[in-house]
Write a protein that binds this ligand. Sequence first.
Ligand SMILES: Nc1ncnc2c1ncn2[C@@H]1O[C@H](COP(=O)(O)OP(=O)(O)OP(=O)(O)O)[C@@H](O)[C@H]1O
Ligand SMILES: [Mg+2]
Length: 281
Amino acid sequence: MRPGGRAAQAAEPAVRLRSAALAFGARTLWSGLDLDIRPGEFFAVLGPNGSGKTSFLKALLGVVPLSEGTAEVAGRAPGRAGEEIGYIPQQKSFAPDTPLRARDLVALGVDGHRWGVRLHRRAVDARVEDLLARVGASDYAKVPVGQLSGGEQQRLRVAQAIAGHPKVLLCDEPLLSLDLGHQQAVSGLIDRQRREEGSAVVFVTHEINPILDYVDRVLYLADGRFRVGTPEEVMTTSVLSELYGSPVEVSQVHGRIVVVGLPDATTHAHRGAHHHEEDTP
Ligand SMILES: Nc1ncnc2c1ncn2[C@@H]1O[C@H](COP(=O)(O)OP(=O)(O)OP(=O)(O)O)[C@@H](O)[C@H]1O
Ligand SMILES: [Mg+2]
């Protein structure tokens, strides 16, 4: 049995979509999407640039409305589930002169917004220390966030997003700009969050390999089409060729998934190149 757990199967879904569609003007990103994501499930969203991955998260956040169908997040309408959701947005850097220190940023996620009960100062401090240690950020707890590297900032965002014990953790390319060691640390941390606290994880990524050990199911978006299933079911030559409408070859090399022949505009070799927003303050 894959992670996610037997108990989790019986529970209400953390995310439920029925006949969901999202379109901007004449362009439909996806439609006819029926999906239940279980508590504790590690659910990856893959697809080329512009296929609608970020928009999928925004629909769950209630920031963009579905054009058809319904969505529920933690049993509520999108936009009504605020405190139940942890969100790591697609990366933007903090301006160099941002006056927050690293630990202040994490404390923002902790400071007793739930049930209107404010935690005691000491309890907040202990929780913040624990979160900083978990993401390996203790050493720079007092450094202003604008002075930290992209990867260091990213680890703080993870700490902030898990601080409130979210039922649903939405992550938009959280591994971007991390080196290999920190990619492993951050994905391991997110995996631990769903195992220990049963958070459902929706993890947008261009690269499945760093999370291959953790992923239960994949939603692969391409060209207005999609497929949902286990990585074994979705990451195949026939499924991806059908999604892209052109021959794509998928092979396994040393336990990694290698995809060859993606249409030019959608190659995976663009990390950083299209993320203009990364560099702007
Ligand atoms: N509010 C909006 N109004 C109109 N079009 C939008 C809006 N938001 C997104 N789009 C368009 O929808 C498409 C999907 O955008 P989205 O950001 O979801 O893609 P993505 O899969 O996250 O891509 P990337 O890999 O580059 O992050 C894009 O073509 C984008 O321009
Ligand atoms: Mg995106």
